[in-house]
Every structure is written in structure tokens, then in C-alpha cells.
Design a protein around this ligand. Structure first.
Ligand SMILES: O=C(O)CCC(=O)C(=O)O
Ligand SMILES: [Fe+2]
Length: 256
């Protein structure tokens, strides 16, 4: 279910796309001391809240937040490059771990990896996500076609993965929990009502529970239900994006 590696490789990514694995963990994707410095630098300029999940902090804007509303979709595209640059500025003089991930997946995947295009426009990638102590990041799944139901591009994905690089973690809690059982979009939407997610207790024991260390990269099947357990202390900061798969001979794609 979990593949643990020192270096990302193509076989592991293929297993994830075939659903032969739920998640890949690359320990020390970036050095711990760099992760700590990046966390200080990134958080030093402050953060905001998700428009539709206000208990969770973020820098940048997720496409999911636009919820198909034209003015918000317009904001998303208009701010895409500014938001990509903002993370680079906050990381300087270090490379943004998201830029590093984009390079590594491009090198590893035979057909390469590139920024996703939607409605003819490049998408944003590299959302910084902040979970404060005591907050449960509720169980949910991430499915591009739900956020862009009118787009062939979104429907053409054969698999969707979530990739996170962890920069700071609480001393306990903050575990990523993943359930093997799948809820259909309709089942999940009915259970969640107005909330972005559901109480993880409703799903029973998770199939996989991973407690990331600062510097780790975790890539997992985002169509499976997943949640984050509450942390005891300290902020939990991760840099996050989705990785789309459209078959072995097609480039992977990135967006947030
Ligand atoms: O922070 C995490 O460990 C996972 C967050 C999440 O829901 C995602 O990346 O889709
Ligand atoms: Fe998610």
C-alpha cells in the first residue's frame, strides 16, 4: 500500500496510477535544515484562509476554491503566475520544492511533466497549506472533473495524485490518513453537505496512516478519501499540488 523510497522512480509512479499502491513516500526529498528554513521564510510573510475551508490556512489559491464561479475562476487564472512567483520569492535563495518536484517528475517520467492547461490557460501550482494545532483536516477526495465539470481536459485524467512536501510538523499528530475504500462523488457530496469534508470517524480505521517528517515528499491517490489528524502543537506546513496522469505515453501534469 505504501512505497518507501530514497529517490522517486517511474515504477512507483506507475504503481500509484494502476492503484497497486496508495502512496509513495520519499524521505528527505529536501534536507531537513532547508525545510526548516523554508518554513520560517514562507510563514514569515503570513498566510490567508481557504475561501471554502476557513479552518485551513493557505498561500496562493486552489482551483477548487473557485467552485466554478466565473469571477473566482478569473481571479484564479489572473493570479496564477504571480502566485507561482510569490512562492519562489519566499523560498529564495533556495529552490522552491515545488519547482524541484516539477523537474524531478519531468526527468523520471518518460513523456515528461508539465504545467496543466485549463480553458486554454496555464494553471497555478504550489499551494502552501497551513494546519494549526488542534484542527482536523476533514476527510475528502480531490477529483478534477468535480471542480471543472465542463472541461474535457479534467475528464480526460486517468488518475489524479496529490503531492505534498512537508516543511514543518507538530511534535505529535498531523498524520496523513488514507482510506482504500472509495466514495463516489455523489455519496461524498451527500455526506458532506455544506462542509468541504466529513468527520474521518465516519470512515472507520484508515487503511494507511503516515506521519511525515520535515523534508519528506508524499504522493498519493487523491481520489481515495484522505484526512489529516489534529496536531498537538506547532503549525503543520506543506507545499502541495496535484499530478495528473493520462497514460504512459502522455506527460504528467501539475496544478493546485
Ligand atoms: O497535507 C496532507 O498531508 C494532505 C493534504 C491533502 O488533502 C491533499 O494534498 O490533497
Ligand atoms: Fe486533499
Amino acid at each position: 500500500m505504501l512505497i518507501e523510497l530514497d529517490r522517486l522512480d517511474v515504477d512507483a509512479v506507475k504503481k500509484l496510477t494502476r492503484e497497486d499502491a496508495l502512496a509513495i513516500r520519499v524521505r528527505g526529498f529536501i534536507p531537513v535544515d532547508v525545510a526548516e528554513k523554508l518554513a520560517d521564510q514562507i510563514l514569515g510573510y503570513g498566510f490567508e484562509k481557504y475561501l471554502n475551508a476557513p479552518s485551513i490556512g493557505r498561500i496562493g489559491m486552489a482551483f477548487y476554491e473557485a467552485e466554478g464561479q466565473a469571477p473566482l475562476v478569473a481571479n484564479y487564472f489572473e493570479s496564477a503566475f504571480e502566485n507561482i512567483d510569490e512562492l519562489r520569492r519566499r523560498c529564495a535563495p533556495y529552490i522552491s520544492p515545488i519547482d524541484l518536484l516539477r523537474c524531478v517528475l519531468d526527468e523520471v517520467w518518460p513523456a515528461g511533466a508539465l504545467l496543466e492547461t485549463l480553458y486554454g490557460r496555464k494553471m497555478y501550482v504550489g499551494l502552501s497549506r497551513v494546519v494549526t494545532p488542534g484542527v482536523t483536516f476533514l476527510a475528502h477526495h480531490d477529483i478534477f472533473a468535480k471542480d471543472a465539470p465542463d472541461s474535457f481536459q479534467a475528464h480526460s485524467l486517468l488518475a489524479q495524485m496529490a503531492a505534498n512536501v512537508y516543511l514543518t510538523m507538530p511534535s505529535s499528530g498531523g498524520a496523513l490518513q488514507i482510506w482504500d475504500s472509495e466514495l463516489t462523488p455523489d455519496e461524498f457530496d451527500e455526506m458532506r453537505g455544506d462542509s468541504y469534508g466529513i468527520d474521518p470517524a465516519l470512515l472507520g480505521e484508515p487503511t494507511l496512516e503516515i506521519c511525515p517528517s520535515p523534508g519528506d515528499l508524499i504522493i498519493f491517490n487523491s481520489k481515495r478519501m484522505h484526512a489529516v489528524s489534529p496536531g498537538s502543537d506547532d503549525l503543520r506546513l506543506s507545499l502541495s499540488c496535484f499530478v495528473g496522469y493520462r497514460g504512459p505515453a502522455t506527460p504528467l501534469s501539475f496544478w493546485s
